[in-house]
Design a protein around this ligand. Structure first.
Ligand SMILES: [Fe+2]
Ligand SMILES: [Fe+2]
Length: 228
């Protein structure tokens, strides 16, 4: 959705949910899992920005304890031992590692992820801090439910991702109450947009579908002579 800077948080979340999750193959869902891994890194980093901006906020401190150095997704076979504490992005990193990936494809995806993280880290610190409220107050829950409509979860990495998403649907009920006092003022919209564009970069069929959507509008705009 490059160039759609005026969209609000809810509209961008809706656009993410409207991507064709049900049409994904296993390989494409693995690509989306990679994208979510990079999202989970920025989630942790933005939470730390929020903690630094609001150091006396006990609710954010409680949220940190359930997202970082936590055993609330443990145990999971091949990823986390019984009662093992780890950050949620570390859970994702280990889960991805359960299935080997083509080295060239992995380099491409890492390049997209690195560029995404650099863009997030350059973003306004207020927006980064408040994004946590937007993520936890229903935004991510909608995204998780959309991802879970994908049809294929039967490889070890995807099964672990499924465990991660189902676990978060339970956790985020409570997490929403820990950020209810923060007004995001739509400041998180650019961060949602970066995630949307990361998904398009990492999952080629999402990008192709967006191009196909845009095509009829382009044809209508072309002069009649150019349409032959
Ligand atoms: Fe998490
Ligand atoms: Fe959460």
């Amino acid at each position: 959705m490059k160039g759609h800077d005026a969209l609000g948080e809810a509209e961008i979340v809706a656009a993410i949910c409207a991507l064709d999750w049900q049409g994904l193959t296993r390989a494409e869902l693995m690509d989306a899992m990679w994208a979510y891994y990079f999202f989970s890194i920025q989630f942790r980093e933005n939470l730390l920005v929020a903690r630094a901006l609001f150091p006396g906020d006990a609710k954010l401190k409680a949220l940190e304890s359930e997202e970082c150095d936590t055993a609330n997704l443990s145990p999971y076979p091949g990823v986390a031992d019984e009662d093992e504490r780890l950050n949620h992005d570390e859970f994702m990193r280990r889960a991805i590692g359960l299935v080997p990936m083509d080295a060239r494809r992995s380099r491409e995806i890492r390049r997209h992820g690195t560029r995404y993280l650099e863009a997030v880290r350059r973003s306004d610190p207020d927006a980064r801090a408040l994004s946590i409220a937007s993520y936890e107050r229903g935004g991510l829950e909608q995204v998780f439910r959309a991802i879970l409509t994908a049809p294929h979860w039967d490889n070890p990495a995807l099964a672990a991702f499924h465990h991660f998403l189902r676990g978060h649907l339970q956790l985020d009920d409570h997490h929403g109450s820990l950020v209810g006092h923060l007004n995001t003022q739509e400041k998180a919209a650019p961060l949602w947009l970066l995630f949307h564009d990361l998904l398009l970069d990492c999952v080629p069929c999402f990008a192709r579908a967006k191009q196909a959507e845009a095509l009829p509008a382009l044809i209508v705009c072309m002069p009649a002579a150019a349409q032959v």
